[in-house]
Ligand binder design. Structure first.
Ligand SMILES: NC(=O)c1ccc[n+]([C@@H]2O[C@H](COP(=O)([O-])OP(=O)(O)OC[C@H]3O[C@@H](n4cnc5c(N)ncnc54)[C@H](OP(=O)(O)O)[C@@H]3O)[C@@H](O)[C@H]2O)c1
Length: 289
């Protein structure tokens, strides 16, 4: 398939962004569908040479179909359509097994997973942020696998492999680099709110810090790139933190203790903490302390 015709079913955040990025990479997206005709029409408008059609027509007119509905709608959407040998269908869900596409496979279609490890909100911004991302590709069929890998290269993305049966675990892990970052900054904002700082104040002050940490991880790795008092074996500073947070709510102190305890492992791996000070820190961070 030198010039595959790509189709999309599901005109949401990911579908719109991925289709736009594909078109900008010189690929043809002749047909899109969605639950609501208006969504499909809006998506098609942004894609030169694309028509908003019924889902079955996407299958009939395209070589590779992306099912970009919400996760729960993937299996019923695929089961309701007529598939044929020679066509391929993939979903873009991190947590859903490729087996959700079995009805298409039984009809002779090749099936796979194509999960971009990126957050998609606004289609335009998301399409621009796709290059440089990693896309997890999973396909038993060798021709489809090669096509998906070529597509990643065309989009400027790196390829990650995943064996079958691992998607829920893999997707749970991705949360540490996405929504858990929000949860961590929410913890910081809650503490800052104690002296009247706004969320905007916290975000403005913390974002450069987050970026600095990410840069250190990029150059040194997770353990070597870790900043902070635990990495320096500074037991006294951690004791001050625990004491200060103990005057706030129990949940804030609990999450600080848990996360700080994880950093002890990293500092040991980094070689910047000896066993004695690690034991002191662990005692300080234990819930009974
Ligand atoms: N957003 C992300 O950051 C992200 C990142 C990686 C992977 N993903 C994966 O990408 C997929 C889509 O997620 P999303 O965030 O783009 O969801 P979304 O913004 O909610 O969009 C899903 C779209 O699917 C359409 N839809 C719903 N049921 C349908 C059906 N039965 N048939 C056809 N279209 C249907 C809806 O269209 P209408 O507007 O017509 O109602 C909606 O616009 C999911 O599998 C998700 O796990 C998302």
């Amino acid at each position: 398939m030198n010039a595959p015709r790509l189709g999309f079913i599901g005109a949401g955040r990911l579908g719109s962004a991925l289709a736009l990025a594909c078109v900008r990479a010189g690929l043809a997206v002749p047909a899109v569908a969605s639950a609501r005709a208006a969504s499909a029409a809006q998506m098609a408008e942004r894609l030169p040479g694309c028509a908003a059609v019924a889902a079955q027509q996407v299958v009939d007119r395209c070589d590779l179909v992306f099912v970009t509905t919400p996760d729960a709608a993937i299996a019923p959407t695929v089961a309701a359509l007529q598939w044929r040998p020679g066509v391929a269908v993939v979903h873009c869900s991190g947590a859903t097994e490729v087996a959700a596409l079995q009805p298409a496979q039984r009809a002779g279609a090749a099936t796979g997973g194509f999960h971009p490890m990126q957050t998609f909100a606004d289609a335009e911004a998301a399409a621009r942020s796709l290059a440089g991302c990693t896309i997890t590709v999973e396909a038993e069929d060798a021709a489809l696998d090669a096509l998906l890998v070529a597509l990643c290269e065309r989009l400027g993305c790196a390829v990650n492999r995943l064996p079958p049966g691992m998607r829920a675990r893999y997707h749970a892990a991705a949360g540490y680099a996405s929504q858990f970052v929000n949860a961590l900054l929410a913890e910081a904002a809650r503490v800052w709110a104690g002296w009247g700082a706004s969320e905007a104040d916290t975000v403005r002050a913390m974002l450069p810090l987050v970026r600095g940490t990410l840069a250190a991880i990029e150059s040194g790795g997770i353990a070597q790139g870790m900043p902070g008092p635990v990495s320096r074996g500074d037991v006294g500073t951690v004791a001050k933190h625990v004491q200060a947070l103990a005057t706030l709510d129990a949940a804030t102190l609990q999450s600080y203790r848990l996360l700080c305890d994880r950093t002890v492992d990293l500092a040991l791996a980094r070689g910047s903490l000896d066993a004695e000070r690690a034991a002191q820190l662990r005692a300080l961070l234990a819930p009974a302390a």
